[in-house]
Write a protein of this length. Structure first.
Length: 106
């Protein structure tokens, strides 16, 4: 495997790892509805403030969210518009999602 391919797969794996936590998925789903203050996201996710901030920082480093400080508050917004399609695909293939569409065999 070429170095460029290894790097591409490593980036993909890192992005998927960033998504691999229920609280981070909850935060992303909330941000799909629009920009939110970190204080609102903290209330939604529960847990302590530093844990929620760490989840958001990881999502920011992975490129899924952007943040902007306004006064004493930090606001987050979703960065990629393709995230909804990715999560819908995961829902579609998840065994816990219930009956799947009938697969077509060739």
């Amino acid at each position: 495997m070429h170095a460029a391919a290894r790097q591409r797969f490593a980036r993909r794996a890192a992005a998927l790892k960033a998504l691999a936590h229920p609280v981070r998925l909850l935060l992303l789903e909330e941000l799909e509805r629009g920009e939110r203050c970190v204080c609102d996201l903290h209330e939604l996710a529960g847990g302590d403030f530093s844990t929620v901030s760490k989840h958001l920082a990881l999502l920011r480093r992975a490129g899924f969210v952007q943040s902007e400080k306004r006064g004493l508050q930090v606001y987050y917004r979703l960065r990629p518009v393709c995230l909804r399609r990715l999560l819908a695909c995961i829902d579609d293939v998840s065994p816990a999602a219930g009956p799947r569409r009938k697969e077509v065999r060739k």
